[in-house]
Design a binder for this molecule. Sequence first.
Ligand SMILES: O=C[C@H](O)[C@H](O)[C@H](O)COP(=O)(O)O
Length: 232
Amino acid sequence: MDAAEGKRRAAAAALAEVQAGMRLGIGTGSTAEAFIHLLAVRVRDEGLRVVGVPTSERTAALCRDLGVPLTTLDELPELDLTIDGADEIDGALRLVKGGGGALLREKIVAASSARMIVIADGSKTVEALGAFPLPIEINPFGAVATRLQIEKAASRLGLNGPLALRRRDDRPFVTDGGHHILDASFGRIPDPEALSASLHAVPGVVEHGLFIGMATAAVIARGEDIEVRGAL
Ligand SMILES: O=C[C@H](O)[C@H](O)[C@H](O)COP(=O)(O)O
């Protein structure tokens, strides 16, 4: 089974958790998009009544195209369930996210949700986080100084990998919030909680892609099987 089919199967399994009347956080990325396509079919064909808060402009545009009703987090600050993808998932349901650049809105939306189900194909599970470069969203002001402070903070934890400014079309990538992203190739992250706290302590860091204590379950497609971690 290819990765795309795995994403679709994980999305379909998570869709079974969506019930009429739910206030949904809707994630970003190719796996979340597989979910949006399936959700839209239920909205259209079954008249499923849900309302979603999108985690990116890209997700908002797809939902609008497919007829999934949307609102904003300001209108609906408490959500029932967020469904989103991830770049890495470890055994404690800690995640690396932000490969698509949506980590800030994704984290705000997940933090506003009673439950967060992560959907993924089997390639996303890891023994330890860090093989996937960790996205760190920074304010463009003073970016060189912020980078230096991040390097020092990480180094105090024994993490010394390079930080790459994410680029698109030969320019710095700009997030939906108007920020830049440094992709940190720290390698294995032995203590994600400590790294999270150190990064949050650096002025200029807007957010980072470590999602700790947020996912309540993960639905992972492995071959013909669906593995569920946590409580659905
Ligand atoms: O910023 C993007 C998100 O965190 C995505 O959920 C993550 O990168 C996974 O994306 P995909 O489902 O395309 O692998």
